[in-house]
Design a protein around this ligand. Structure first.
Ligand SMILES: *Cc1c(COP(=O)(O)O)cnc(C)c1O
Length: 368
């Protein structure tokens, strides 16, 4: 059998009976929008992350959009973020009419470099959006210390890090608002699009709750202009079922990452993920840097080993952001990482046998 990059089929086979019956319960109840599973899920999510409020919504992108709207970010404002992320992180900044301001990343964790943030703050800076890239929390304490005295909002893009820990706290609990994604391939995924926003702030949470539902405060009474950004009840039911197995999956992901790290530690050509002592990663991606990426990818492909590149193009090089006129010279770390990074198959269901096939192929390629 083929090796899956993210093995969603095995996961479904394992939980099939529970997932099917949870979907059937929703079909029977016919409460497809804001049904009871949506509220149950929100309670479970906020309990898990240790945050007062969680608001489920239609995607991670919409969660980020609502977070910016909750802070009234708009034309004339600047939002500091990383160029080494999925497009959506900065897309939503442009969508509300504000300007993304990119800051280079740390060479070890690939997360935004807090020291460089300070240099880019202006009187227009309204928010900072650190991304927990590959499932490892960014330097949120340092970033909060920079932002708080200046009255700048911090929105944690935790789309890849649900379940990760940072100094004894959970991802999604670390900014003024946090946003996660339940896109199928994320560590906790649903069977379609989904996401959630988190906040300890009553006012912000209520604003997001109203914004995701057309700005409606009572039926047909609209206090704000929002969007249709609700999570379907069926997706909530699937997530509730998957959440019961999530801790177990994290244990498996951690074991698989450790096996990769041990198996590749003698391969000098490779740069392995670096996880500081004070945090964990949920390994949304297991990404390494290699010196010969295109040869490496085709060699793996020839042996039936899928790989992916997160991310080949820094956001400031995207055509959609060409008007920002960013000079790549200011981003030496991002430039190098985008050239060398490659992700290996990773999921809680990667078998020992498949992983050892992958490891052998890599070790052989580099003759280590
Ligand atoms: C996946 C992802 C998003 C977008 O989430 P969707 O649910 O796909 O809209 C945003 N930011 C990052 C870092 C992501 O990885």
């Amino acid at each position: 059998m083929e090796i899956g990059f993210i093995d969603l089929k095995s996961q479904y086979r394992r939980y099939k009976a529970e997932i099917d019956s949870s979907i059937l319960r929703v079909l029977d109840g016919a409460s497809f929008i804001l049904g009871k599973e949506v509220h149950e899920l929100e309670e479970a999510l906020s309990g898990y992350a240790g945050v007062k409020h969680s608001i489920s919504c239609s995607s991670g992108t919409d969660a980020l959009l609502m977070a910016l709207m909750a802070f009234d970010v708009g034309p004339g404002d600047e939002v500091i973020t990383t160029p080494f992320t999925f497009f959506a992180t900065a897309e939503v900044v442009s969508l509300v009419g504000a300007r993304p301001v990119f800051v280079d990343i740390r060479p070890d964790t690939y997360n935004i470099n807090p020291q460089k943030i300070v240099e880019r703050i202006t009187e227009r800076t309204k928010a900072i959006v650190p991304v927990d890239i590959f499932g490892q929390v960014a330097d949120l304490d340092e970033i909060m210390e920079i932002a708080r005295p200046r009255g700048i909002a911090v929105i944690e893009d935790a789309a890849q890090s649900f379940g990760a820990e940072y100094r004894g706290r959970k991802a999604c609990s670390l900014g003024n608002i946090a946003c996660t994604s339940f896109f199928p391939s994320k560590p906790l995924g649903c069977y379609g699009d989904g996401g959630a926003a988190f906040s300890d702030d009553d006012r912000l949470a209520e604003r997001i709750r109203v914004l995701i539902n057309h700005g409606q405060t009572r039926r047909y009474v609209h206090s704000l202009v929002g969007i249709n950004g609700r999570l379907d009840t069926i997706q909530a039911a699937i997530l509730l079922t998957k959440l019961e197995h999530f801790e177990q999956e994290l244990v498996a992901r951690t074991r698989i990452a450790k096996t990769y790290i041990e198996g590749l530690s003698n391969v000098d050509a490779i740069v392995l993920p670096s996880i500081p002592e004070d945090r964990t990663s949920v390994f949304a991606q297991f990404s390494i840097q290699v010196p010969d990426r295109s040869e490496f990818v085709s060699r793996m492909q020839a042996q039936g080993i899928p790989t992916a590149i997160h991310y080949p193009i820094p956001l400031y090089r995207q055509e959609a952001f060409s008007h920002l006129c960013v000079d790549p010279v200011d981003f030496p770390i991002t430039e190098g990482v985008c050239r060398r990074i490659v992700s290996l198959p990773m999921s809680a269901f990667l078998s020992e046998q498949d992983q050892s096939t992958i490891l052998q192929a890599i070790v052989k390629h580099y003759g280590a």
